[in-house]
Design a protein. Structure first.
Length: 254
C-alpha cells in the first residue's frame, strides 16, 4: 500500500510538473511543493502573472509625477523652493527615460497588445500634467477653505488688534499671525498690510519664493484699488486678477 501511494504521489508530481513547465525554477528547487496544495490549486496560482517590470516602473513614476504636480504648492511649503525645484527636475527626467523605454518596449514587442500599456500610462499621465489645471483647482480650494478665517484677520487688522511687527520703507507692514490662525498664509504664516488713503489693504501669501517671487490673495477695501498696494502697479511682472468681492489674486514672478 505504501509503495502504491508513493507511486501515485510521484505520478501526480510528474503530471503537475509537465503542466507548469514554464516555472522550472519552482519545481527544481522544491519538487514536492504540489503535494502541499489541494488539487487544482497549483493551476490557479500559476495563472497569476507578475506585472512586467517596465509596466511597474511606468505606473510608479507616472503616479509620482502626477501627485507632485497636483500638490506642488502644498509640498513647496514643506520642502521649500530650494528642494522642490530639484525634485521636480528629477521626476521629469525619470519620466522622460521611462516614456522612451515604454515606447521602445511597445514597438519591440508590438505583437502583444499588453506591451502597449506602459506607453499608454505615460501618455495619460503626461496629458493630465499638461492639461488639468491643478494650480487653478488648488487656488480655488485654498481660497474657499480659508476665506472666513482671512476675513476675520482683515477685521482684526482694520480694528488695530493685529499690528505690524516691522514696517518697510514703502509703508507696507509685516504681521506675524497668532497660532490659532495657523496656515492661512504661506511662508511662516505672515501677512502684509498697508494703509492707503485711510483704507486698509491686507495680503495673504499662497507662495513665498526666491528673491521677489510671490503670490497670494489681496484684500481690497470698498472704494480701494489693488494697484495702490505695494508694487502691484509698478512692476509689469505683477499679475492681478479679481477673484471675489474685495479679493484679488496677485502674482509676481522673476
Amino acid at each position: 500500500m505504501n509503495i502504491a501511494r508513493e507511486l501515485g504521489v510521484a505520478a501526480k508530481c510528474a503530471n503537475e510538473k509537465r503542466k507548469f513547465a514554464a516555472y522550472p525554477q519552482l519545481f527544481s528547487k522544491r519538487p514536492f511543493i504540489s503535494m502541499y496544495f489541494p488539487e487544482g490549486m497549483m493551476e490557479r496560482l500559476t495563472r497569476i502573472r507578475w506585472v512586467p517590470r517596465v509596466e511597474q516602473v511606468a505606473i510608479v513614476v507616472s503616479a509620482c509625477l502626477v501627485l507632485v504636480t497636483a500638490f506642488q504648492w502644498s509640498l513647496v511649503e514643506l520642502l521649500t523652493p530650494f528642494l522642490m525645484v530639484p525634485l521636480q527636475g528629477i521626476l521629469w527626467l525619470l519620466f522622460i527615460i521611462v516614456a522612451v523605454w515604454s515606447v521602445v518596449h511597445s514597438i519591440r514587442y508590438r505583437k502583444q497588445r499588453r506591451n502597449l500599456i506602459p506607453a499608454i500610462i505615460c501618455a495619460a499621465s503626461l496629458g493630465m500634467v499638461t492639461l488639468v489645471p491643478f494650480t487653478k483647482i488648488w487656488l480655488h480650494i485654498n481660497f474657499a477653505s480659508n476665506k472666513s478665517a482671512r476675513e476675520r484677520v482683515v477685521q482684526e487688522v482694520s480694528e488695530g488688534t493685529l499690528t505690524p511687527n516691522r514696517v518697510f520703507a514703502n509703508g507696507v507692514g509685516m504681521i506675524s499671525l497668532p497660532n490659532q490662525t495657523w496656515n492661512i498664509s504661506a511662508g511662516g504664516n505672515e501677512i502684509e498690510m498697508a494703509k492707503r488713503d485711510g483704507k486698509t489693504y491686507v495680503f495673504f501669501f499662497t507662495f513665498r519664493g526666491i528673491l521677489n517671487s510671490y503670490s497670494g490673495f489681496l484684500y481690497v477695501p470698498t472704494g480701494g484699488d489693488p494697484s495702490a498696494f505695494s508694487d502691484v502697479n509698478e512692476d509689469p511682472r505683477v499679475v492681478s486678477v479679481r477673484y471675489d468681492d474685495h479679493w484679488f489674486f496677485v502674482s509676481h514672478r522673476n
